[in-house]
Design a binder for this molecule. Structure first.
Ligand code: UDP
Ligand code: MG
Length: 308
């Protein structure tokens, strides 16, 4: 019989682990004719009692395993650790807060049997989410799909069911800066989507705020597009051309009319403008160099303190 490994990143999820496991075990028994489940919870340096809860469920159920990090390494690191530990023929990634409904697994598995390699999920809407957050999320997806050759589906969750082959491909990508939404899409394969209504988390609270999401989306741009670099190249070229035209005009004017042009204010404005452009371009290049710097250090993406 085929084995399905469920990877669950957990950061401060002491209240949600039990409801999550109960809900998923219901689906496990419904699907037990076709699949055996096993669980890999990754405790991402939680500050609450998540680890104690995980130890307890791992002792109670044979098919529940956990890894615990030495500190908070972020959801991307937790996903990677889980995917590396999971040895199922099929692997799925789910949030601990039940925002990824386990009952979808049945539909998703049906699609795998139809021959798809990956079955992703997307939310039909963003109900229950702050309007500002929806607005920025939409803008992010619109922009990144314009400038990156890797397609990212708006509303697609990290919740996806993948065959062994797909997981192995994802694990082959050795980068340290991991932007999973992009990596999942970059590997390709035949992807089907299951759509569902947005849910709110069962308990606890989201660990993302506006700034962490903004930083996350910046990572998306830097990791999956060279467009910001092209932007500074274009801005630089345009202002160079403009300055050539300006020089020609000034010389022509001098020859035709004579006298010098007054305009201290406009000169200062131009200097500030050019200076600003240069700093902007430097900043963009700096961002990419910082990423290269991180990659060359080859630090491990996470450190496991305890396993069970
Ligand atoms: N998570 C994690 N490490 C972090 C932040 C979040 O492992 O540093 C986990 C979290 O426990 C949850 C999932 O990632 O299982 C999604 O987080 P959350 O529900 O806070 O995000 P949202 O659903 O609001 O996007
Ligand atoms: Mg959530």
């Amino acid at each position: 019989m085929k084995k399905l490994s469920i990877v669950v990143p957990c950061y401060n999820e002491e209240e949600t682990v039990h409801p999550f496991l109960e809900a998923t075990q219901k689906i496990e028994s419904l699907m037990s004719a076709e699949l055996i489940f096993d669980y890999y919870f990754v405790n991402d340096g939680s500050k609450d009692k998540t680890l104690a809860v995980l130890r307890e469920v791992a002792a109670r159920f044979d098919n529940v395993h956990y890894l615990s990090f030495s500190r908070n390494f972020g959801k991307e690191a937790a996903l990677l650790a889980g995917l590396e530990a999971a040895d199922g023929d099929l692997v799925t990634v789910m949030d601990a807060d039940l925002q990824d409904p386990p009952e979808l697994l049945q539909d998703m598995y049906a699609k795998i049997k139809e021959g798809y390699d990956v079955v992703g999920t997307r939310r039909a809407d963003r109900k229950g989410e702050p309007i500002i957050r929806s607005f920025f999320a939409r803008t992010f997806y619109w922009l990144i799909n314009k400038i990156s050759s890797t397609e990212m589906v708006d509303g697609a969750r990290d919740f996806r069911l993948m065959t062994r082959q797909v997981v192995d491909s994802i694990l082959e990508l050795g980068e340290v800066n991991r932007f999973s939404k992009g990596l999942f899409s970059w590997v390709g394969y035949d992807v089907a989507y299951v759509t569902y209504e947005n849910r709110e988390r069962v308990a606890g609270e989201t660990s993302w705020n506006f700034w962490s999401l903004l930083r996350y989306s910046m990572d998306g741009f830097i990791n999956f597009s060279e467009a910001p670099l092209n932007l500074s190249l274009w801005a630089g070229s345009l202002s160079f051309i403009a300055s050539i035209i300006g020089i020609i005009i000034v010389i022509a004017r001098k020859l035709a009319i004579g006298g010098s042009v007054s305009g201290w204010a406009s000169t200062i404005c131009i200097i500030l403008f050019i200076g600003g452009l240069q700093l902007l371009a430097l900043g963009i290049i700096g961002k990419y160099i910082a990423k290269i710097f991180l990659e060359t250090k080859k630090r491990p993406v996470y450190i496991v303190k305890e396993k069970g």
